[in-house]
Design a protein around this ligand. Structure first.
Ligand SMILES: Cc1cc2nc3c(=O)[nH]c(=O)nc-3n(C[C@H](O)[C@H](O)[C@H](O)COP(=O)(O)OP(=O)(O)OC[C@H]3O[C@@H](n4cnc5c(N)ncnc54)[C@H](O)[C@@H]3O)c2cc1C
Length: 378
């Protein structure tokens, strides 16, 4: 068995698989090691929204990163169809954010103004205008913010497609194998030890989502945020856009299905779906689309988002350990951010010039630096 690689990627979620895909396309020998099965954690629990606008109410480097990533999906869906034979179910039907009262409407107006300033399409619609587009929406609304350029994919299909496409280009995948230790000497990483064997590479990327924190220094810790979802099945398609209110979203899927998401429970990593969460999600779902009362519940699940203190991912080389990289902490937007993360990490690993803005914001020491600066200014 080959044990020598250019890069070893720890974790077969959407982030690890996207990085693997970019690296093999550039001619490297890549090993992906997944402790269970590809996409078994957050990457298949996700609703698949590409909320590059919907998720952001103010400017930040992450907002720019998200915009760049969303722009890659159209071509990526074609590319992955060819390379992996998988349809990632990219749909480009926009997101509607619903306001039920004046306070929510005021918030949406601020978001709309920010989005327009950033040169993005964002329309405030009256209830009548919105119901012309989506007749199943409740009429008990104050107003709607329509973001036509936010889309969605099937998160599970996207993860699988990245992985298959990477393997098609020569990546090696080991499932049911856990990385237990990183091998380091004289300030350099040279491989990993797993439950099965030892493998060698000059570059190791830890892409373990909300897990595997023990492999990296404490600065790179993630905050697990559990999310519960439901899958509903309808007699007929009721709406095309993703619908969103405080505490709930509805993402229409192929086959007259709708994902209803999601609870948000910090500090929990269990996969139970609680009755109280189901009750809240269903009540909010019916508040948006009353006809959903007739839908059948087909499935329910929970996943764990890899959160960080400032909600930005850690992307970069670990100081003082040459060749060891982190790519984790994508919190609520890992599906959206996966294409750009793959490219960004491959550029970093190749020592290509990268945006100093992203470099500053995504390295783990940003938090220590911020605290230090805050201390100095006191
Ligand atoms: C309910 C819910 C809804 C969401 N909705 C959206 C959405 O609509 N849009 C969006 O963009 N994002 C969404 N997200 C967020 C998104 O799912 C995550 O940000 C993304 O999947 C993180 O990907 P990842 O590869 O970093 O982590 P994961 O998918 O968790 O993958 C990490 C992998 O590493 C493996 N691993 C861990 N430790 C080891 C080890 N020691 N050795 C080997 N393997 C190991 C794990 O088994 C796992 O498969 C949602 C998340 C949840 C939970």
């Amino acid at each position: 068995m080959n044990k020598q690689f250019d890069q070893i990627i720890v974790g077969g979620g959407v982030i690890g698989c996207s990085i693997a895909y970019q690296l093999v396309k550039r001619g490297y020998r890549v090993l992906i090691i997944e402790r269970n099965q590809v996409g078994c954690e957050a990457s298949s629990a996700a609703a698949g929204m590409l909320g590059a606008q919907g998720e952001f109410a103010e400017d930040s480097p992450l907002f720019q990163f998200a915009q760049e990533s969303r722009a890659l999906f159209q071509d990526l869906s074609e590319e992955l169809r060819e390379e992996a034979g998988i349809d990632i179910q990219y749909r480009h039907k926009g997101i509607m954010k619903l306001a039920f009262h004046q306070q929510q409407y005021n918030k949406l107006k601020t978001v709309a103004a920010f989005q327009r300033e950033a040169d993005n399409a964002a329309y405030l619609l009256s209830v009548e205008e919105a119901r012309k587009m989506e007749p199943s929406l409740t009429d008990n609304l104050r107003a709607i913010l329509y973001l036509p350029n936010d889309g969605q994919v099937s998160a599970r299909h996207l993860t699988k497609a990245f992985c298959l496409a990477a393997c098609h280009h020569g990546a090696i995948l080991h499932e049911q194998e856990k990385v237990s230790e990183l091998l380091m000497e004289a300030g350099k990483v040279y491989g990993v030890r797993t439950t099965e064997a030892t493998y060698y590479a000059g570059q190791v990327i830890v892409a373990t989502g909300a897990f595997g924190d023990e492999l990296l220094p404490a600065d790179y810790s993630t905050i697990p945020v559990k999310g519960e979802c439901l899958l509903l099945e309808l007699e007929q398609e009721l709406f095309q856009s993703t619908l969103w209110m405080d505490g709930c979203y509805l993402v229409p899927k192929q086959g007259k299905k709708v994902i209803v998401g999601a609870s948000s429970i910090p500090g929990k990593t269990d996969k139970h779906v609680h009755a109280a969460s189901v009750q809240k999600l269903l009540a909010r779902a019916q508040k948006m689309v009353p006809q959903l009362a007739e839908a059948r519940i087909r499935n329910h699940w929970a996943g764990v988002r890899p959160g960080t203190a400032d909600e930005m991912p850690y992307l970069g080389e670990i100081p003082d350990i040459a060749g060891l990289y982190a790519a984790k902490g994508h919190y609520r937007n890992g599906i959206l951010l996966s294409p750009i993360t793959g490219i960004y990490m491959a550029d970093l690993l190749e020592n290509k010039p990268i945006s100093p803005l992203y470099n500053d914001c995504f390295r783990a020491s940003r938090q220590a630096n911020k605290l230090e600066k805050a201390g100095e200014s006191k």
